[in-house]
Design a protein around this ligand. Structure first.
Ligand code: TYC
Length: 142
């Protein structure tokens, strides 16, 4: 196990390493499920082991729906423009989705990994604000 540095569960190193510490750090990735002694027996002359875990089966990043909400004031043409610009829809698809939101109250613009979905929401909200429309867009786990 890790020697010299006491690394709490969760692997957060307490405080910054000094330049002297950093020169001695060896990072060892152990496979999840690997048991027993991970000490490589290097003689221990001032060696600091940082032990990290790797997943045997990396998880797929979870997906998020970007939802568009209806309101009474944003012009239909503006919503269509947003769907074309930020969600790469053509005129026909953008019009369909806009009408769906207009009639049902909410609709899906697309499904993306979290960071992309969050960026799209921010882009739509910024663009709506710049144009003084109350259009709202949000995220939901897919
Ligand atoms: N309901 C709006 C109107 O009648 C149009 C609209 C559609 C607004 C979809 C927002 O997400 C929206 N002008």
């Amino acid at each position: 196990m890790a020697r010299l540095l006491d690394i709490p569960q969760g692997g957060i190193v307490p405080g910054p390493l000094t330049a002297f510490d950093a020169a001695r750090v060896r990072i060892t990735a152990i496979d999840e499920g690997e048991k027993g002694d991970d000490d490589e027996g290097d003689g221990g002359a001032g060696q600091i082991d940082l032990v990290t875990k790797t997943r045997a089966k990396p998880k797929k990043p979870s997906q998020f729906k970007v939802l568009m909400l209806n309101d009474d004031y944003t012009p239909m043409e503006f919503v269509v423009l947003v769907l074309k610009r930020f969600f790469r829809m053509d005129m026909e698809q953008a019009t369909q989705v806009m009408l769906h939101v207009h009639q049902r109250g909410v609709g899906v613009c697309g499904i993306y990994p979290y960071e992309i979905a969050e960026t799209k929401v921010n882009q739509v909200m910024d663009f709506a604000r710049q144009n003084q429309h109350p259009l709202q867009c949000t995220l939901e786990k897919a």
